[in-house]
Design a protein around this ligand. Structure first.
Ligand code: SF4
Length: 113
């Protein structure tokens, strides 16, 4: 049995997930069932970071993945981000790296610069 706090809404239900049966209890609504199952089987997160930028207002540009990626791929993606450099101008939402580290997610700019 694993326990999670559901982060889908501010209510923050305490979920208990039976990993063998994949049953969820403690959820206040149906959305918690899918969240609990995903957290137990294949937890995913939006990855946020910064990359080096030339000619911008600041030296680092905030970036994020456009979809959540498996937690097991976070370090592979960070290794790619570490070597990434870009040039101004950049527009919020602009794709900087497609399919980063084979995750299926794109790395996008989080702001204009
Ligand atoms: S289970 Fe439903 S009510 Fe509870 S935190 Fe998740 S989304 Fe909100």
């Amino acid at each position: 049995m694993k326990e999670f706090i559901c982060t889908v809404c501010p209510r923050g239900c305490r979920l208990k997930v039976d990993e063998k049966k994949l049953t969820v209890t403690g959820n206040g609504c149906i959305r918690g069932i899918e969240y609990g199952k995903n957290e137990a089987v294949n937890p995913k997160r939006i990855l946020t970071s910064t990359v080096s930028i030339e000619g911008g207002l600041h030296r680092r540009l905030p970036v994020r993945t456009d979809i959540a990626i498996p937690k097991s791929m976070l370090f592979d993606c960070m290794a790619v981000i570490h070597g990434c450099k870009t040039k101004s101008p950049v527009i919020a939402g602009q794709v900087l790296i497609e399919n980063i580290a084979g995750s299926g997610a794109n790395l996008i700019a989080s702001r204009n610069m």
